[in-house]
Ligand binder design. Structure first.
Ligand SMILES: Cc1ncc(COP(=O)(O)O)c(C=O)c1O
Length: 362
C-alpha cells in the first residue's frame, strides 16, 4: 500500500474503502481469469452479468427491499433524476409535493417546474439559510409523491426521521446518505443516489423504484428517459457504466461482509459524527452551522472565527494529510464529509488536529 494516502474528507467523489481499492487493483489486469480488465469485458458477458446481478441482490439484501422494488443503475447522475422523476410520474397530470432543504432540493424543484409540472413546495428552510429540517409539514393527500433530500450535502443537515406524509409515497434524493443507516423502504415509491459519495465512483446513479410507480410511466417518453426501459433490461438497454457498477458491488460486499450491515454501519457513523460535533461544541472557536436537531451524520459543516483562519485551517490540515475540508464554494466555511468508508481513526485524527489548531490560534 502506498504510504502517500491522506485522510479524505471530500464531499464527493469521496473516500472509498481501502480494501475495495486494493481488490480493484489486484484484479485490474485479469478479472476473474478472463484475461481482461473489468474495463475491457463486454457488458453482455457472463462476467459482467455476475457483477450486476450480485450488486442488485446485495443492495436489496442490505436495504431489506422486497421484490416490488427494481434496482437500476443509470447515468446522468442524481441530477438526471431531478428531471426523470416528474417526467415519468406526473405525465398523466397530478401534482407533487416538494420540501426545499437546500441547493439540491431547489434544483429538483426547478427541473419539475421547467417541464410545466404542478409542484407544491410544502415546506422550506430557506428562511434560515437552509440550516434546519422543517417539521410538522402539511402534505397534500392527493399528491402523486412527496420529494425530499434525505441529507443536504452542502448545508450539513439531514432528516433524522422521514416525515409523515399521510400515506403519500416518498421519493428521496439519498445521494449523500444512502447505506449510512437502515430505513423503512416501504414508505418510498422511489429513492436514488449518485454513487460517488457512499457507494462508489462517479458515473452511476443507483435508483430503487417500486412496481406501482413503474406502472405510471407512459410509453411516449424518450426511450433513455423512461424508467421502464432500464427496468425491463436489467439496466442494460445500452452500455452501462461497467466499472462504476463493479465498484458499487465491491462496496456493498464490504458493507455486508467487513462491516456487518446497516445497523453496524449506522453505529459507526453515529460515533464518528458524535466525536466531531463534540469537538465543535466544546470549543469556543469552531461553530456548527446546522441547527443541532438537524445535524447531518455525513457532512459536518462548521465555521472558524474568520475566513483567514478557515483558509489556514484547510491548508494546515492538508499539510497534515487531511484533505477535502473546504466548505462548498457556494457557502464557504469548512466541511468534513465522513461517509461510510471514512475510518474512525480519520475522525480521531481530525478532532485532535482541530483541538491543536484552536490552542494555537484561539
Ligand atoms: C444530495 C445531492 N443530490 C444531488 C447531487 C448531484 O449529483 P450528481 O452530480 O450525481 O448529479 C449531489 C451532488 O453533490 C448531492 O449532494
Amino acid at each position: 500500500m502506498t504510504t502517500n494516502r491522506i485522510y479524505n474528507f471530500n464531499a464527493g467523489p469521496a473516500a472509498l474503502p481501502l480494501s475495495v481499492l486494493e481488490e480493484i487493483q489486484a484484479s485490474f489486469l485479469d478479472f476473474k481469469g478472463s484475461g481482461m480488465s473489468i474495463t475491457e469485458v463486454s457488458h453482455r458477458s457472463k462476467w459482467f452479468d455476475d457483477v450486476i446481478n450480485d450488486a442488485v441482490e446485495r443492495l436489496k439484501r442490505v436495504l431489506g427491499l422486497d421484490d416490488k422494488f427494481h434496482v437500476l443503475f443509470l447515468q446522468g447522475g442524481a441530477s438526471m433524476q431531478f428531471c426523470m422523476i416528474p417526467m415519468n410520474f406526473l405525465a398523466g397530470g397530478g401534482s407533487a409535493d416538494y420540501v426545499n432543504t437546500g441547493t439540491w432540493s431547489t434544483k429538483a424543484i426547478k427541473e419539475a417546474e421547467i417541464q410545466g409540472k404542478s409542484v407544491q413546495v410544502v415546506a422550506s428552510s430557506e428562511d434560515k439559510n437552509f440550516s434546519y429540517i422543517p417539521k410538522d409539514i402539511a402534505f397534500n393527500t392527493e399528491a402523486v409523491y412527496a420529494h425530499i433530500t434525505s441529507n443536504n450535502t452542502i448545508k450539513g443537515t439531514q432528516w433524522a426521521e422521514f416525515p409523515d406524509t399521510g400515506g403519500v409515497p416518498l421519493i428521496a434524493d439519498m445521494s449523500s446518505d444512502i447505506l449510512s443507516r437502515p430505513f423503512d423502504a416501504d414508505r418510498f415509491g422511489l429513492f436514488y443516489a449518485g454513487a460517488q459519495k457512499n457507494m462508489g465512483p462517479a458515473g452511476v446513479c443507483v435508483v430503487a423504484v417500486r412496481d406501482d410507480f413503474l406502472k405510471m410511466v407512459p410509453d411516449n417518453l424518450p426511450t433513455m428517459l423512461k424508467y421502464t426501459t432500464f427496468a425491463g433490461k436489467n439496466s442494460m438497454f445500452n452500455t452501462p457504466p461497467c466499472f462504476a457498477v463493479y465498484t458499487v458491488q465491491l462496496v456493498l460486499k464490504w458493507l455486508e461482509e467487513s462491516i456487518g450491515g446497516l445497523d453496524k454501519m449506522a453505529e459507526i457513523n453515529r460515533k464518528k459524527a458524535g466525536m466531531l460535533y463534540k469537538t465543535i461544541d466544546e470549543s469556543g472557536f469552531f461553530s456548527g452551522t446546522a441547527a443541532p436537531d438537524s445535524r447531518s451524520v455525513m457532512n459536518v459543516t462548521f465555521r472558524l472565527p474568520s475566513e483567514d483562519l478557515e483558509k489556514a485551517f484547510v491548508q494546515e490540515a492538508l499539510e497534515n494529510k487531511m484533505g477535502g475540508l473546504k466548505g462548498h464554494r457556494s457557502v464557504g466555511g469548512c466541511r468534513a464529509s465522513i461517509y461510510n468508508p471514512t475510518p474512525v481513526e480519520a475522525v480521531e485524527t481530525l478532532c485532535d488536529f482541530m483541538k491543536d489548531f484552536e490552542r494555537r490560534n484561539g
